[in-house]
Design a protein around this ligand. Structure first.
Ligand code: ATP
Ligand code: MG
Length: 143
């Protein structure tokens, strides 16, 4: 697969979903993917698409109290972590990042990665979503 399959661009919701599926299929594991962007930028939308691309059949819902949800993909385990409710990085100390990283076939998808501070394992990929003038489009870049 060429690098252009997961290149930056400006996408509508369907386009972003297609990007997520392509990206998922390009991922070497274990992977830790940070997803940054303002509220409503499309992080969870992209997580759902990546999960689909990884063969997750369950519906992906945003973690709230647990901060992390685990899904079975096709030959991999998908973790969806959301730091939005984290008040300080130390609250993530018991989240289990170390255990996730010990799984060879883990794909860890982290919304609001900047909130985890030093608790966050090194990112293998960092996706940044932002608003553009057109309300149905989002800019996607790799940081
Ligand atoms: N091009 C687009 N890509 C993604 N979402 C879009 C797009 N255009 C409109 N939307 C809408 O924007 C919203 C994105 O919500 P989503 O929950 O994915 O954002 P989020 O970044 O996870 O927000 P939060 O910070 O609250 O977790 C959805 O309601 C979606 O329908
Ligand atoms: Mg979200």
């Amino acid at each position: 697969m060429g690098a252009s399959a997961v290149a930056a661009g400006t996408f509508d919701e369907a386009g972003l979903a297609e990007w997520g599926v392509r990206f998922a299929r390009s991922l070497a594991r274990p992977a830790v993917v940070g997803l940054s962007g303002e509220l409503g930028a499309g992080k969870t939308t992209l997580v759902r698409a990546i999960a689909v691309g990884l063969g997750v059949r369950q519906s992906v819902t945003s973690p709230t109290f647990a901060l992390v949800h685990r899904y079975d993909g096709a030959g991999c385990t998908v973790y969806h972590v959301d730091g939005y409710r984290l008040r300080r990085p130390g609250e993530a100390a018991d989240l289990g990042f170390d255990d996730m990283m010990r799984e060879r076939d883990a794909v860890v998808l982290v919304e609001w990665p900047e909130r985890f501070g030093a608790e966050l394992p090194p990112l293998t990929h960092h996706v940044v979503l932002s608003y553009v003038a057109d309300a149905v489009l989002r800019r996607l870049e790799m940081a």
